[in-house]
Design a protein around this ligand. Structure first.
Ligand code: ADP
Ligand code: MG
Length: 246
């Protein structure tokens, strides 16, 4: 469904993304795992059309995405790392605002808002001001906002940062529902436990490059010999000589 081929991006002298390629299929969760500064947000921003790549291509069902105004962009939903919500507005008003950006008709938008709020478990808080929400509730509303136009490719950039364990579990079960609906999910994180729990395949990135890409089982090929089954942390260390938390 989504093919990322040789994406590159430099900010002045700093090469944020050297060369990143991977693919994402319908009904699949791919974890994009790497430490802070690895280039995950830059990669996701290029896929979403927010950052113009210096090189490489993003393809949807085999055809290249041509810039920010390409109608194929509607197939992509982005859950940004930095919350994009208005604290002064209610949850409902926030979603009405984002829905208007997608140019959904009032009837379609109303259905979409009901569906999204129900999925994330916030239907009964629709009229409450977002400023009164917990970190976890804000993250769930951020997810709801990305679903209004019913994208079939969802890019999640560190969607659980700053949430309590209960909200994190709620987000995970929301994502499992979306996966069962056949959506393709790219899940960016520096938490290896999240990837171990959710991902069908993992793309490990470091310093703007893919250092390994495989299923969780397949990644065990990089485990130190004789170590038995090891964590992704150990695999990252074996591949890069550093820990994910450095
Ligand atoms: N707009 C920007 N201008 C300059 N440098 C940037 C910008 N965005 C990201 N970077 C740098 O690019 C590198 C990769 O950043 P980022 O993609 O945010 O990584 P990650 O999301 O994996 O933490 C970092 O060194 C970061 O400081
Ligand atoms: Mg990031």
């Amino acid at each position: 469904m989504l093919d990322v081929r040789g994406l590159r991006k430099a900010y002045g002298d700093l090469v944020a993304v050297h060369e990143i390629s991977f693919s994402l299929n319908a009904g699949e969760v791919v974890g994009l795992l790497g430490p802070n500064g690895a280039g995950k947000t830059t990669t996701v921003s290029m896929i979403a059309g927010l950052v113009v790549p210096d090189g490489g291509q993003v393809l949807i069902d085999g055809s290249p995405l041509a810039g920010d105004t390409d109608p194929k962009k509607q197939r992509i939903g982005l859950v940004p790392q930095d919350l994009a919500l208005y604290d002064e507005l209610s949850a409902l008003s926030n979603l009405q605002f984002f829905g208007a950006l997608y140019r959904l008709s009032p009837a379609v938008l109303k259905t979409a808002i009901d569906r999204s709020l129900t999925l994330v478990g916030l239907a009964d808080r629709a009229r409450d001001r977002v400023g009164t929400f917990s970190g976890g509730m804000k993250r769930r509303l951020n997810l709801a906002a990305s679903l209004l136009h019913d994208p079939d490719i969802l890019l999640l950039d560190e969607p659980t940062v700053g949430v309590d364990p209960q909200s994190r579990n709620a987000i995970f079960s929301n994502l499992e529902t979306l996966k069962a609906q056949g959506k393709a999910l790219l899940y960016t994180t520096h938490y290896m436990e999240e990837v171990e729990r959710l991902a069908d395949r993992v793309v490990i990135v470091d310093h703007g490059r893919v250092v390994a890409a495989d299923t969780l089982d397949g990644l065990q090929q990089y485990a130190p010999t004789g170590a038995g089954r090891v964590s992704l942390e150990t695999i990252f260390l074996a591949l890069t000589g550093r820990t994910l938390r450095d």
